[in-house]
Design a binder for this molecule. Sequence first.
Ligand code: ZN
Length: 251
Amino acid sequence: MMGLIDTEALVLKSYNLSEADKIVVFLTREHGLIRGVAKGARRLKSRFGGSLEPFSIVQLTYFQKEERDLVSIRNSEIIRSFFESAADPDIFNKFAYIVELLNDFSPPEDPNERLYRMARICLETTAGEPARLTQLVLYFELWLLKLNGFLPAWENCEICKRPLADNEKTNLQANFQIVCRNCQKTRSNRQIEGEMREIYRAAQRVSPARFLELTAGRLAEVRELSEILKKLISNILGRETIGEKLLLSNK
Ligand SMILES: [Zn+2]
């Protein structure tokens, strides 16, 4: 894709490039992850104003030359800013984690509009329901894995392949699949209760707002599932994420 491009985008992060300029990373709705130079963005009276702040949803115009990695950012207009919500350190850390994962799971030139829409709706729902951010982070983690083909199917025992009953106790394996009691070899593995699998299944079927309602009184299970998915995500990336470093330590 070359030339002048206009798209909705989420600002993931920015770096200083020189005294006057910044490099900004966006997740765009139609063109995936892009990195661009915003000329003059560090000046006091920049034409970009606050539109390059992380977590902002913007209408972005940029120019792409075929041979360049970095696009040239021409214009950015705020559609929705989450700057105020992110003043709360707990919300900030969770937003930072979401943004980190979007950056890591979005290869350049590989647009994923469903991922973009899911990220946007998660940020919007969060801003309206900050107290339920823990549930929403789980929803985000689960969909990020699902849309990238990494979410284990927890419908059947991995070994005997038998469909699992709703209330059946199962055990998590090192590969993040689950097995039934007959097939489990050691007792040391983490147990996955029927209720946890129910939440796991529900997240794949309902909207974020509905998921928050469904899991309102089930925070222990939500935390436990989120902890498992954080470990799976770190395994896939081959390193610890902000999620493991910050979010698991202050439970
Ligand atoms: Zn089995």
